[in-house]
Write a protein that binds this ligand. Structure first.
Ligand SMILES: [Zn+2]
Length: 128
């Protein structure tokens, strides 16, 4: 194993969260590797400092404030969906209204006549 792989286990090692065989293997590596030993000592120092701090209790109002900030207004997403549907219906209504005022001959007949394509003699005989 590389030192980076050993170091991935250092926090669990310091916390005492490893099995006995894993702890023995890391002990062996730490006895042979000064950089990993220094890292383990740093982890232990942080752990000791944290455990020497008094445990802080959050203020009782914190839970209420967090819950209030995560609460959605009732029907918020439904109201938004109704707005989107109303906007879509409005646009569809505008399109339908616009088509109702366009004369049918403008829709059915092309405004520009296309030239008849030149076809070969066999298609001309067939009536194309
Ligand atoms: Zn190492």
């Amino acid at each position: 194993m590389t030192c980076d792989e050993w170091r991935a286990f250092l926090q669990d090692y310091v916390d005492g969260g490893l099995s006995e065989p894993a702890k023995v293997m890391i002990d062996r590596h730490l006895s042979e590797c000064a950089p990993c030993f220094d890292d383990a000592r740093a982890h232990r120092g942080v752990q000791n400092w944290l455990s020497s701090r008094p445990e802080l209790e959050p203020p009782a109002s914190l839970v209420d404030r967090v819950m209030e900030s995560t609460r959605r207004p009732v029907g918020g997403w439904r109201r938004e969906l109704i707005r989107i549907a109303a906007a879509a219906m409005f646009v569809a209504g505008l399109a339908a209204g616009t088509l109702a005022f366009v004369p049918l001959e403008r829709i059915e007949k092309p405004s520009v006549g296309l030239p008849k394509p030149d076809v070969g003699p066999l298609l001309r005989i067939a009536g194309w």
